[in-house]
Design a protein around this ligand. Structure first.
Ligand code: SAM
Length: 252
């Protein structure tokens, strides 16, 4: 298991239900953008791996973009995995194509060859050593002309981010909101402070802040570390921070 898994587990223990409520709004633009990044991928050569699938917003986007592909949705946190499984089991056309694996990406049993890998809103959870192990895995298993898609968002250096509203959603009588701030944590990380609030008829009924470590890097730094693995990075959608990784020499 990754070194930082215990504190990450505690973070999602506290925040999973808020992630479930608030992350769909982030996917309104991200889903179509991910679909464009995956367009034309040849999925005959293996499944697509969804790293840290969470509640499955991205899993659905992958399935819609690639209607024939098998998907391996890797989600280590039990609460988020429950939301993902409930989504699949309720029957939305996906269950036959999506297998849920409950380990972290470096512990999961994956096939020898995959046609693609998607890592949305997750890569900063991995330490540099874990990231390096992921690139080793990718270089070994990604099929020829396969593609990995990930997003990188600011800060890409250990910098402060003032408290910023992230999203809000109304469910019945209750308004759910999230805001986020960050502060530097060492040479290659920030600590994100996520503040969640539930307001019922003007009264705050729950409010708390949960904090988590997030490893930051620029796309130039990522490009450099991928070269070591004969992998190539291409920015494909600056608005959504989307980047595509291919085997070197193949292009995105
Ligand atoms: C912010 S959530 C994003 C979920 C989903 N990708 C989305 O964008 O809706 C990050 C997810 O990554 C998962 N995660 C963290 N570390 C992981 C690891 N080493 N392997 C696989 N998943 C991981 C967490 O459990 C969590 O579900």
């Amino acid at each position: 298991m990754p070194d930082n898994s215990a504190s990450q587990q505690r973070f999602y223990d506290r925040t999973a239900e808020y992630v479930a409520v608030l992350i769909p709004s982030a996917w309104q633009g991200l889903g179509p953008a991910l679909g464009r990044a995956l367009d034309g991928l040849d999925t005959a050569l293996g499944p697509v791996v969804d790293v840290g699938a969470g509640t499955g917003e991205g899993t659905v986007a992958i399935a819609q973009a690639l209607p024939a592909t098998e998907i391996l949705a890797v989600e280590p946190h039990p609460s988020l995995r429950t939301a993902l499984l409930a989504r699949l089991a309720s029957g939305n056309g996906l269950p036959g194509r999506v297998t849920v694996l409950g380990e972290d990406i470096l512990s999961a049993t994956l096939p020898e060859q995959i046609s693609g890998l998607v890592a949305m809103n997750v890569i900063g959870h991995l330490t540099p050593a874990e990231r390096n192990a992921l690139w080793t895995l990718l270089a070994e298993r990604l099929a020829p002309r396969g593609r990995a898609v990930l997003n990188i968002y600011p800060p890409t250096r250990p910098e402060s981010v003032p408290s910023t509203p992230m999203s809000e959603t109304t469910l019945g009588r209750r308004l759910y909101t999230a805001s986020a701030s960050a502060e530097p944590a060492g040479t290659d990380s920030v600590t994100w402070h996520m503040t969640y609030r539930i307001v019922d008829n003007g009264t705050v009924v729950n409010e708390f802040t949960a904090s988590d470590l997030w490893h930051v890097f620029t796309s130039e730094e990522l490009s450099e570390e991928l070269i070591e693995h004969d992998l190539h990075l291409t920015s494909v959608d600056a608005d959504h921070g989307l980047h595509v990784i291919t085997h070197a020499g193949e292009g995105a």
